[in-house]
Design a protein around this ligand. Structure first.
Ligand SMILES: Nc1ncnc2c1ncn2[C@@H]1O[C@H](COP(=O)(O)OP(=O)(O)OP(=O)(O)O)[C@@H](O)[C@H]1O
Ligand SMILES: [Mg+2]
Length: 426
């Protein structure tokens, strides 16, 4: 069900009138002319319950149904029961003959929110319409808010669990890593001394005898003496990388999501890139996605860094998705000639009040229809299971509501997309 209620000052409320009398259609159109011209309402006329159901099931969202009771094909009472199954937020008002208490009572029991009697008093109709539309709007807005709150809670909880998990792993990695790092260093020095010592022996005792010469050959002594320093160097380098990854994991999953700290934004972005490393790396189908960092001289910012990392994560993951989309019709060599790039630029805004982070990709960009909806909750163009349409709406809440900043998007179809995150410095 789609709960997106567009503001009524932009889109007229849609009222579906279900009646088989042509004369009534003419009369209603005439009497409600002003409201129609003012684009307050849009009337859609159908002849029976079946046509009404088709209309309600179509994509155009109906806000209110005004239905007669006695009609061919499907009567108003059956319609009321079916409507509730399709969309229980829209309200139905029945039109009934004056004094037809039995049908009115049945209609109200079947979910009608109100009734008007024939012959229609048009003043009364206008009041009923206003009241009903107001109710529908209120109900839908409440549902939307509840849905948002629920999604946010779920997302928040998911991020918190992920954060704890990542922080836990980083913590567990830390002790063995420090141990390996320390001993690799010591071993390096020790091995160097041992090799020197052995060389000294070889110089002083060039003819140690057959047994020792044979053993040197068996254990490939010369080969190892030559390569051992290089092996140890690579081990030390790899250990450094692991320490760096472990630190990034800890920075990314900072547990201070609930209070503000003075933070280094570049560290946040770098730790996020580290987490996304596996997605940036090349594979059989494409070379690495190139990340160009154009970091400016920005001050530390008081923020919820853990939450901002979530924003970087969402926007960078979208940029990677976009690059991959633009690769779909290209061969490896074509991509290599025109590689996927993501540029991250940071700077202080001209008025010195904000830090601005721009994340730009050379993916396919977005068509106009998509551009206006990307921050809407649940809007996604990705396959089921791939995108939920929450990333950007949560990001805009974090940037705008939590930090009082702004999140904007500039995209050219066929060229690429740039997101700009602005965070107040104080
Ligand atoms: N860099 C981009 N290039 C092109 N389209 C984009 C880009 N970023 C976002 N979009 C469009 O905006 C839509 C909404 O993005 P959003 O991150 O909110 O949801 P999603 O990525 O589809 O799902 P998820 O909840 O997993 O993030 C995307 O489905 C895509 O159509
Ligand atoms: Mg996304």
């Amino acid at each position: 069900m789609n709960f997106d209620l567009e503001p009524s000052d932009v889109t007229p409320a849609r009222i579906l009138v279900v009646d088989d009398e042509l004369e009534l259609e003419r009369l209603i159109k005439q009497r409600l002319r002003k409201k129609i011209l003012a684009k307050e309402i849009e009337l859609i006329f159908v002849r029976n319950g079946l046509e009404a159901l088709e209309e309600v099931k179509s994509n155009r969202q109906i806000d209110m149904v005004l239905t007669d009771i006695n009609m061919p094909e499907m009567d108003g009472l059956t319609l009321l029961n079916k409507l509730r199954e399709i969309d229980d937020t829209l309200k139905a008002v029945v039109i009934s003959a004056y004094g037809d208490m039995k049908n009115i009572r049945t209609a109200m029991n079947s979910g009608a929110s109100d009734f008007i009697t024939k012959p229609i008093n048009f003043e009364d109709l206008a009041i009923t319409i206003n009241k009903t539309l107001k109710d529908v709007k209120e109900v839908r807005e409440t549902i939307k808010q509840l849905q948002q709150a629920q999604l946010q809670l779920i997302q928040h909880e998911k991020m918190a669990v992920l954060g704890q998990l990542v922080a836990g792993i980083a913590h567990e990695m830390n002790n063995p890593l420090s141990c390996i790092a320390g001993y690799t260093d010591l071993s390096n020095q020790g091995v160097k001394s041992l090799i020197n010592h052995l060389r000294l022996y070889q110089q002083k005792f060039p003819n140690p005898g057959l047994e020792i010469e044979q053993d040197a050959e068996d254990i490939k002594l010369e080969y190892f003496l030559e390569r051992l320093p290089r092996m140890l160097f690579i081990m030390a380098e790899s250990t450094d990388r692991l320490v760096h990854i472990s630190n990034s994991l800890r920075t990314f999953s900072r547990s201070d999501t609930d209070f503000q700290v003075l933070a280094n934004i570049h560290e946040g972005i770098d730790s996020t890139l580290m987490i996304l490393q596996h997605r940036l790396k090349g594979n059989n189908e494409r070379p690495d996605i190139q990340v160009i960092k154009d970091y400016g001289d920005i001050p530390q910012v008081k923020c919820y860094l853990g939450q901002l990392n979530q924003v970087f994560m969402n926007i960078l993951a979208n940029a990677i998705d976009a690059c991959e989309e633009s690769n779909q019709s290209r061969t490896f060599d074509e991509i290599k000639a025109n590689p996927n790039t993501i540029t991250i630029k940071t700077e202080v805004s001209e008025d010195n009040q904000r830090v601005v982070i721009k994340i730009k990709d050379n993916g396919p960009g977005m068509p106009e229809e998509a551009k206006s909806r990307i921050f809407d909750q649940l809007f996604t163009t990705k396959a089921v299971g791939k995108g939920t349409g929450l990333g950007l709406s949560i990001s805009s809440q974090i940037v705008e509501d939590t930090h009082g900043g702004s999140l904007s998007c500039d995209s050219v179809w066929g060229e690429g997309t740039e997101f700009a995150i602005a965070i107040p410095i104080d």
